[in-house]
Design a protein around this ligand. Structure first.
Ligand SMILES: [Zn+2]
Length: 85
């Protein structure tokens, strides 16, 4: 099984939460999460964010906003600890 990077995990989170990924990708996400504490924390935060944003009108959640939010979060939690990865 290949190991996905933190960046790949973030990019797959949205389809993952929408149930659009194959089992193979889901397994890779779980595998990465078991090894990567910052991503575990990130996903917990992300799931909370999804729950919050599900209750907002769609106009509040543009794809651009979501992308900036995700980038800000991954920069905080992952890139500082693994600057070369
Ligand atoms: Zn990670």
């Amino acid at each position: 099984m290949t190991t996905m990077t933190c960046k790949e995990l973030v990019e797959l989170l949205m389809p993952f939460c929408d149930g659009e990924l194959t089992k193979e990708f889901c397994d890779q996400i779980c595998h990465h999460l078991n090894l990567c504490g910052p991503c575990q924390y990130f996903v917990e935060s992300y799931q909370v964010t999804i729950k919050i944003t599900n209750n907002l009108p769609p106009a509040c959640m543009s794809p651009d906003f979501m992308e900036r939010l995700l980038k800000a979060m991954i920069n905080e939690e992952c890139c500082k600890k693994n600057p070369e990865k």
